[in-house]
Structure formats: C-alpha cells, structure tokens
Design a binder for this molecule. Structure first.
Ligand code: ZN
Length: 161
C-alpha cells in the first residue's frame, strides 16, 4: 500500500456516495449512464478501485483482476467504513483546498472573492471570504450549508474510525 490517495470508480446505484467522496477529496468517477463494460474498462485502464453494490458487476470485475469494494450497508456512515476497511482513507477532512467538484469530479482551485462577485448571491458574498472554482465545469464552491452538513458527517465518521 502506498501513501497515494486511492482513486475510485463508483457504480450507478451509489451516486450520493460518489458525491461525498469527491467533496472529501477522492478522485471518484461516477456516471449514471456507464454500463458494466465501460466501468470495467475504466477501472482497469486507470487502476481505479471499484465501489459497488452490484454483485454480478463485482464478480465480473474480480475476473479482470480489478480491486473491488462491495457495499452491503444502507447507512452512509457504514458505507464509508466499508470503504475504509479496504482502502484506508484515514481521517476524513473537509476543505475546499482538497475537495473535488461534486458534479464532475474536477479539481477545485482557490479563487479571489473579486473574481466570483458576479456569480454568487449577494448574501453569500457578504458572509464568506473563501471561494473555490471547479477547473472543469466552473461551478463555484463556498462553505455553505452542504459543507457544514458534510463536516458534521465526517465528525461522526471520524469517531468511528
Ligand atoms: Zn466541476
């Protein structure tokens, strides 16, 4: 096992999980329209760990020597613990500086308040100082409600590690 962060490919049934992984900084491919063969091909070519609930897909992936993590739990905290058992994610932190875009998996870049002043709601601009922009789809991020919720989530998770 290396110190490098594991990278993932997540099956179509686990979209919420994929978004959380991205916001926590893990490179996670996900698309609701990818079929099994595409998933297998990408996992193999890019050496991604497959996270899946789908047993036939899991078996197929194993035949291709792809590293897999089977999700059997419904609860999201439990799901993260299942991932952590095999991929050792370590302590979970939420920070714009290491998050990836929840929409497209792109990298985020810290950006000046001035550069986003026309693109975010006034109230947000008045209350926030730190902004990040997705290098790929240009979505703008700040420490809004979903980040606060994510911090609560990771706090709970870290207690269980
Ligand atoms: Zn993006």
């Amino acid at each position: 096992m290396t110190n490098e962060k594991p990278i993932f490919i997540v099956d179509a049934m686990l979209g919420k999980l994929a978004k959380k992984l991205r916001l926590l900084g893990y490179d996670s491919l996900y698309s609701s329209s990818m079929d099994d063969d595409e998933i297998i091909k990408l996992a193999r070519n890019e050496k991604r760990i497959l996270i899946t609930k789908d047993v036939p897909l899991l078996q197929k992936a194993k035949k291709h020597q792809i590293e897999t993590i089977q999700i059997t739990k419904e609860d999201e905290i439990e799901q993260f613990l299942q991932i952590n058992e095999k991929a050792t994610l370590g302590e979970f932190t939420v920070s714009g500086d290491n998050s990836r875009c929840s929409v497209c998996n792109g990298e985020l870049q810290y950006t000046e308040k001035n550069d986003v002043s026309e693109k975010v709601p006034r109230g947000v601009l008045e209350n926030m100082n730190d902004f990040w922009i997705c290098k790929d789809c240009k979505k703008i991020y700040w420490e809004g409600t979903h980040i606060k919720n994510l911090k609560k989530f990771t706090a709970k998770l870290n207690e269980k590690l």
